[in-house]
Design a protein around this ligand. Structure first.
Ligand SMILES: NC(=O)c1ccc[n+]([C@@H]2O[C@H](COP(=O)([O-])OP(=O)(O)OC[C@H]3O[C@@H](n4cnc5c(N)ncnc54)[C@H](O)[C@@H]3O)[C@@H](O)[C@H]2O)c1
Length: 306
């Protein structure tokens, strides 16, 4: 099996590349290295074809797609603030790039496209678990771009017979999440600041909750989606189905790494949502997905290895 991973030098993409290589796939990575790093692929560099290019450029996508059986489309500007700052630019990557991937895959006769969507499509909720049938209420250009891209991905299945799956990731965490970026996961930012003896900052009162899912579980969901027999525009949540407040998360990390009992607090950021929790019954039924790593175990592994 030959697989293309767009954004394969990024946090989630590089873990997926590792797993595909371990499973014996021939792997091509297309990445513009805007946030990804070649160091993330160091362990498999001799077994992966790396192409530096953009999903926003059709010729780059076509070159990477040649001969591939399936595509895991992870590349995106994965930052809400970046999309608020430059929505036109990010539109061409996050939406236009997805359209390029779909059209290139269709032209190349690819058997499966798996798309990295986001829980951001749901927008603000009342704290109850998000179900895929709920009306999405995106609150940022990022969420609009992911939702629009997801619609393309879903519609390409019945319209053109291209088998697709869109996975709505919740808050993914694990090694290689870039802590130097102000936009990367709150966990790696907290951990990085605690390690450096600095007081982490929470934007808001810390009562906001997230469904944190360990990256290895997200990789397993991708592998299941990439091997599905009859995926016809399936859209499903990928989280743990468990909510954790940022204050509780901070408490876990401060206990593991040492640090002050309370973090610093700053005003809430534009576009941030208060609660986010996944109902994972669709992924369980359709993909046989079952998260295996608890938040506590994932944090301990991250702290031990990262
Ligand atoms: N991390 C999370 O919790 C989370 C949650 C929901 C959805 N997602 C989605 O999962 C995917 C992976 O996110 P991540 O957390 O690994 O982020 P990341 O920034 O580490 O990975 C994104 C990768 O895409 C690459 N990229 C960006 N623009 C590109 C372009 N124009 N052409 C080619 N490559 C490009 C980057 O260099 C990077 O390697 C993204 O689509 C993101 O929106 C992530």
């Amino acid at each position: 099996m030959k697989s293309l991973v767009t954004g394969g030098a990024g946090f989630i993409g590089s873990h997926l590349v590792d797993a595909l290589v371990a499973a014996g796939d021939t792997v091509v990575v297309l990445d513009d290295l805007s946030t990804g790093r070649l160091a993330n692929l160091a362990g498999v560099a001799d077994r992966v074809t790396f192409l530096r290019g953009s999903v926003a450029v059709r010729a780059d996508v076509d070159q990477a797609m040649a001969g591939c059986d399936r595509v895991f489309h992870q590349a995106a500007v994965a930052s809400v603030p970046a999309t608020i700052d430059a929505p036109v630019d990010t539109h061409f990557v996050n939406l236009g790039g997805t359209l390029n991937v779909l059209e290139s895959a269709r032209a190349a006769g690819v058997q499966r496209v798996v798309f990295a969507s986001s829980a951001a499509v749901y927008g603000e909720t009342d704290g109850t678990a998000c179900v895929e049938a709920a009306t999405p209420r995106p609150q940022s250009p990022y969420a609009v771009e992911k939702l629009a891209a997801e619609h393309y991905v879903r519609v390409w299945a019945p319209l053109y017979g291209l088998p697709t799956v869109a996975l709505r990731y919740f808050n993914v965490f694990g090694p290689r999440q870039d802590p130097s970026s102000p936009y990367s996961g709150v966990i790696s930012i907290f951990a990085d600041r605690l390690r450096r003896g600095l007081v982490p900052t929470i934007f808001g009162d810390g009562g906001q909750t997230r469904d944190f899912v360990y990256v290895a579980d997200v990789v397993r969901a991708n592998l299941a989606a990439g091997a599905l027999d009859a995926p016809s525009g399936l859209v499903c949540n990928v989280g743990r189905g468990e909510s954790t407040s940022l204050n509780a998360l901070y408490g876990h990390l401060a206990a593991l790494l040492g640090g002050p009992a309370t973090p610093g607090y700053q005003p809430v950021r534009a576009g941030d949502i208060r609660h986010s929790l996944a109902d994972i019954s669709v992924a369980r039924a359709a993909l046989g997905y079952a998260p295996t790593v608890s938040v506590a175990d994932g944090l301990a592994a991250l702290v031990a290895g990262g």
